[in-house]
Write a protein that binds this ligand. Structure first.
Ligand code: GRG
Length: 306
């Protein structure tokens, strides 16, 4: 996994193919009963996605080891695989449920029919339901000290739950047509999108037993990129290269959902994004060269060249 000299795009591609393989192995076989459900779970998870959350787990794990002057043991590398797979599973479930007719009612995801379109609504709901416990099952299998496993489960459960992603989604659903203040918008997105990105970074540190100084840096970094991701998404939503995104331009605006662009305008949102990117790099400064990949991921999220 130590691939410090690869150019960023190649490193990201290598992490994406690594996690694809880990997920493929970890998912139930499509021939196992109930076949229809397993088929839908595999369809939801495999063969798409930028795998940013997995890359954050790997980069934070490597950065933590490097900052402590060590390299990853094979047990730690295996644990990072399982942690990265667990965040991708929770993320995939959230997309399946978010696309359902009772939520965003989307027909396309990652350039293909959404799970409820490809299968049916009940199967899509159940596929999401089954992906969630699978994520925690993978964490329970990590070959690390039990205390680190428990901490990882705690971080992921909080990020996905009612005070994280699911809660943010609930606030989002309730705010259609409302004019939210910037701080209310920030709270909603911080929970809905930011929490899982933060968890990805923190879990990378937890799994390798990062010390408190490293964790503080990771936490500040994750705050900045968690928010930056959503601001960038809102900007892309209106300036849209829909081919790359595999989604409909301006969907949130069309749904009359509040966005950073509707609140601050495109230029205001871009200025906020630049500030957040700066804050992410600032947070990494104490990690020195160990933070290089995380810095590159921040640039990637905000769309800067590297
Ligand atoms: C249904 C509980 C529940 C939560 C849904 C994540 C989420 C909460 C909704 C997704 C809606 C959305 C499109 C939000 C914008 C930001 C976002 C999370 C985009 C999708 O993440 P990417 O771009 O997706 O990392 P890939 O496909 O690359 O994995």
């Amino acid at each position: 996994m130590t691939s410090g000299t690869l150019p960023f795009e190649q490193w990201l591609a290598s992490m994406a193919s690594r996690i694809e393989h880990v997920l493929d192995e970890a998912m139930p076989d499509a021939n196992d009963e109930p076949e229809h459900l397993h088929d839908a779970m595999r369809y939801a998870v495999l063969g798409g996605g930028k795998r940013v959350r997995a890359a954050l787990v790997y980069a934070a794990g490597e950065a933590s080891a490097h900052h402590q002057g060590t390299t990853l043991s094979s047990a730690q590398a295996k644990a990072l695989d399982l942690a990265a797979a667990s965040v991708e599973l929770i993320h995939a479930y959230s997309l399946v449920h978010d696309d359902l007719p009772c939520m965003d009612n989307d027909d396309l995801r990652r350039g293909r029919p959404t799970v409820h379109r490809q299968f049916d609504e009940a199967t899509a709901m159940l596929a999401g339901d089954a992906l969630q416990p699978l994520a925690f099952e993978l964490l329970a299998r990590m070959p690390v000290a039990p205390a680190l496993t428990v901490q990882s489960i705690d971080v992921l459960a909080r990020a996905a739950g009612s005070q994280g992603m699911a809660g943010g989604q609930a606030i989002d659903c309730a705010s259609v047509g409302l004019a939210l203040s910037q701080s209310a918008l920030q709270t909603m997105h911080g929970m809905k999108t930011g929490a899982m990105l933060q968890a990805s970074v923190l879990m990378g540190g937890v799994v390798v037993g990062a010390g408190s100084a490293t964790r503080e840096g990771l936490e500040a970094y994750s705050d900045a990129i968690g928010l930056a991701f959503q601001v960038a998404d809102d900007i892309l939503d209106v300036t849209a290269d829909t081919q790359t995104l595999g989604k409909t331009a301006g969907k949130d605006q069309a749904l009359n959902k509040p966005t950073y662009v509707s609140l601050l305008g495109v230029d205001g949102a871009r200025a906020l994004l630049a500030q957040l990117c700066e804050a992410a790099h600032e947070a990494l400064r104490p990690l020195g060269s160990a933070g290089q990949r995380l810095g590159e991921i921040a640039d990637y999220i905000v769309g800067r060249p590297h």
